[in-house]
Design a protein around this ligand. Structure first.
Ligand code: CP3
Length: 372
């Protein structure tokens, strides 16, 4: 049983048998609509959470972050816990996502990465040669004690609401490391992928090792689902994805398989990759807004749930538009074996939190299935 789950059970449920873990997820979380939808089981209503729900548009987030850099805030268990919980006080979402960042494990192994406000991750000395690989050592639990501590505190606090742990996918992490920062076309990254396959695979192999360890630490501490954000992998075509990326992603998902927690796989602009992203071993395939969910169903092999996919920019339009588009997502989502409502990418910083609150309520009300 995970540490977090132990704390949860001993504190809140006297009958410990109720709390036996089913492969890392407590019985009470197993009954949560989010976990049920990930497992393609009947749900009382469609579950909803928002990518990047923590931070971004919340004034209380800006307040607690005053004077603390982004990456420092990711190393303070008190702040991680507070920021993870902030959106749950406003929105009736069915899951929390850990406040962290995809570059946290890279910094933890000693990569000189910082997150610059309004820009994103910047790597002072990019990784471009085989000699540079030496800087990507394995990640040990002792490198991220603040993650273990924060997850434990959160699971105790969240009761039956699942906590999603996450990590960056191999292509996306490689892109930040090779480019040295955010990139539009990922040219240096793709030049390495095409021009030096041996170094490319060695790099992605090391990143996969770090990612496996980072995700296992989160699940070990009590996270009850994980999401792999390979946000920029839509930059490559299917053949290259299959040969250059999928083997590493598959290794990540299969290493997490024995934990039994649902594994979600997401990227932006991945319409042509959805089938392969499922094949890589995800239980849930995240879909951006460019492909309707019923079309995504045709592209992904049976036996997978889908997550998505309202265009986050729709939330900047009048409520009637949001309502109509959200209903459309729900209707199309019903063609999937399981559907977790989400945006097609992260919450935009200018989004009105009131609209996100109203949207969560709408998703629940519209999708209620009293018989489930
Ligand atoms: O979803 C959540 O609310 C949990 C927190 C979370 C953050 N980053 C906090 C953050 C998550 C899941 C991430 C993942 C992440 N980080 C991704 C994958 C998701 C995606 O959006 O595609 C990527 C590509 C990154 C890298 C990154 N970190 C970028 C590009 C940026 C800057 C631009 C931005 O989004 O604001 C960051 C910084 C960052 N990560 C912020 C937050 C709250 C903003 C920094 C700040 O508030 O000072």
């Amino acid at each position: 049983m995970s540490r977090g789950a132990t704390a949860l059970c001993s504190e809140t449920i006297p009958d410990v048998r109720v709390c036996e873990t089913i492969r890392n997820v407590t019985v009470r979380q197993e009954k949560s609509p989010f976990i049920q939808a990930c497992r393609r089981e009947p749900v009382p209503h469609t579950p909803v959470w928002y990518m990047r729900q923590a931070g971004r548009s919340l004034p209380e987030y800006r307040k607690v972050r005053e004077g603390v850099s982004m990456l420092d805030s990711c190393t303070r268990p008190d702040l991680i816990t507070e920021i993870t919980l902030q959106p749950l006080r406003r929105y009736d979402v069915d899951a929390a996502i850990l406040f962290s960042d995809i570059v946290v494990p890279l910094r933890a192994v000693g990569i000189d990465v910082d997150i610059k406000a309004g820009i994103g991750p910047v790597v002072a000395t990019p990784v471009r040669t085989s000699a540079d690989l030496g800087r990507l050592r394995a990640l040990e639990p002792d490198d991220v004690p603040y993650v273990t501590e924060a997850v434990g505190m959160l699971v105790a606090e969240l009761n039956d609401r699942p906590l999603i742990g996450f990590a960056g996918g191999p292509f996306t992490l490689a892109s930040y490391l090779v480019e040295g920062g955010p990139s539009k076309n990922h040219d240096k990254t793709k030049a390495l992928m095409y021009g030096n396959p041996e170094l490319w695979h060695a790099l992605l192999g090391r990143l996969a090792d770090i990612t496996i360890s980072f995700l296992q630490i989160q699940v070990g501490a009590g996270a009850s689902a994980i999401q792999l954000f390979d946000s920029w992998v839509g930059a490559v075509g299917p053949d290259d994805y299959r040969h250059a990326i999928l083997p590493h992603t598959s290794r990540i998902f299969s290493a997490l398989g024995s934990t039994g927690v649902p594994r979600i796989h997401f990227g932006v602009g991945t319409g042509e990759l959805l089938g392969l992203m499922g094949e890589a071993g995800a239980d849930v395939v995240g879909v951006d807004w460019r492909i309707p969910l019923d079309e995504a169903v045709r592209r992904v092999e049976p036996g997978k749930a889908l997550q998505g996919n309202l265009d986050p920019a729709v939330l900047l339009a009048p409520w009637e538009v949001v309502e109509e588009r959200a209903r459309d997502v729900l209707v199309r989502g019903r063609t999937a074996e399981g559907h977790v409502f989400n945006l097609g990418h992260g919450v935009l910083p200018e989004t009105d939190p009131g609209v996100l609150a109203r949207l969560a309520d709408l998703v629940h009300a519209e999708s209620i299935r009293p018989d489930a």
